[in-house]
Design a protein around this ligand. Structure first.
Ligand SMILES: *Cc1c(COP(=O)(O)O)cnc(C)c1O
Length: 325
């Protein structure tokens, strides 16, 4: 696998297909009477698509540089990040253990065994489930010990791939969006994205001067802003992102609903609307709630100028929400 060296000593492996398309959503724009574009990072072209592969191109290069033979990562049972990490490990010939928290209460058997978990099993990941209330870090440490006992050198990919290394993938994406928006003549667009572990939004803030609004899928506004600012501040110490720490961080936490991974009525309506107007599948945990936020903000007059909605992927999780759709 070819590792690209770039500035600042960060390396990158090639896993995805870039650039992803930037498309005008004609029927949704007409329906909402507002100009809506979509950046199709559901079409990153690797292992079911989604945003995490952009981060993994940098994180996995770091794992290879450290001569890792196995990776571990963490997430909820239906983690898209876990699925993409497991697939990237398979592609690079590394072993992979997923430590998955049973953190979303009241879901169906499809949630507990289907959706992303089917794909995790297909790519050969070892899956360790952490029952609700038990400590994830303890389970991660146990998994490290087990792999080391088998002679592996282990690299731990953080939750959501969200540290400065992973966020570089979205700094690159920010520049990609800026180039595409310029090419189609968009004036003062705002990027809207679902925001969970913060690396996607932080990376976009590093990579572009366009305003970026994160719709939280879990944390309250101040907790999420703190997570984003920690990564942005780290980035601002790199030569390529001077003064990034001075940039504004915008978060809307009104669309979390009953909690991370818990379906909401607005999410369901947003996912159905985009499917029926555009033939595009959002996901129930992230992009569906982000789209619910976009719709609410447009309808209540909170948006000016064209919107670029970042479709972050997650379609396999739809199959885990068979009680909702
Ligand atoms: C992880 C994920 C996000 C959120 O990205 P973060 O970098 O964790 O904020 C959004 N959408 C989907 C589908 C995801 O899997």
């Amino acid at each position: 696998m070819h590792i690209f060296e770039n500035t600042d000593g960060y390396s990158r492996v090639s896993l995805a297909q870039f650039p992803t398309p930037l498309q005008r959503l004609d029927r949704l724009s007409e329906h909402l009477r507002h100009e809506i574009w979509m950046k199709r990072d559901d079409l990153t072209g690797f292992a079911g698509g989604g945003n995490k592969v952009r981060k993994l191109e940098f994180l996995m290069a770091e794992a290879l540089k450290q001569k890792a033979t196995a990776v571990i990562t963490v997430g909820a049972l239906q983690s898209n990040h876990a699925r993409q990490t497991a697939a990237a490990a398979a592609r690079l010939g590394l072993a992979c253990t997923l430590v998955l928290a049973e953190a979303v209460a009241g879901r169906t058997d499809a949630y507990a065994n289907g959706g992303n978990l089917t794909l995790d099993r297909l790519v050969g990941a070892v899956i360790k489930r952490v029952p609700a209330g038990e400590d994830v870090n303890t389970a991660v440490n146990q998994a490290i010990t087990d792999l080391e006992a088998q002679g592996h050198k282990v690299y731990v990919v953080p939750l959501g791939g969200s540290n400065i290394i992973g966020a570089l993938g979205y700094a690159v994406a920010g520049r990609e969006i800026e180039d595409q928006a310029r090419a189609v003549g968009l004036i003062n667009p705002t990027i809207i994205t679902g925001s969970g572990s913060a690396g996607t939004q932080a990376g976009l803030i590093l990579g572009t001067d366009m305003p970026v609004l994160g719709i939280s899928v879990a944390a309250n506004e101040s907790d999420l802003k703190l997570k984003i600012s920690q990564i942005v501040n780290e980035g601002s110490e790199l030569a390529q992102f001077p003064n990034a720490d001075k940039k504004e961080i915008n978060v809307d936490d009104r669309f979390v609903g009953a909690g991370y991974g818990q379906p909401s009525e607005e999410m369901k309506e947003a996912v159905e609307l985009v499917a029926r107007l555009e033939g595009i599948f959002l996901d129930p945990v992230y992009s569906g709630k982000a789209m619910a936020g976009l719709i609410h903000r447009v309808q209540s007059g909170e948006c000016s100028g064209p919107i670029i909605f970042l479709h972050t992927g997650g379609m396999p999780a739809l199959f885990a929400y068979d009680d909702v759709f």
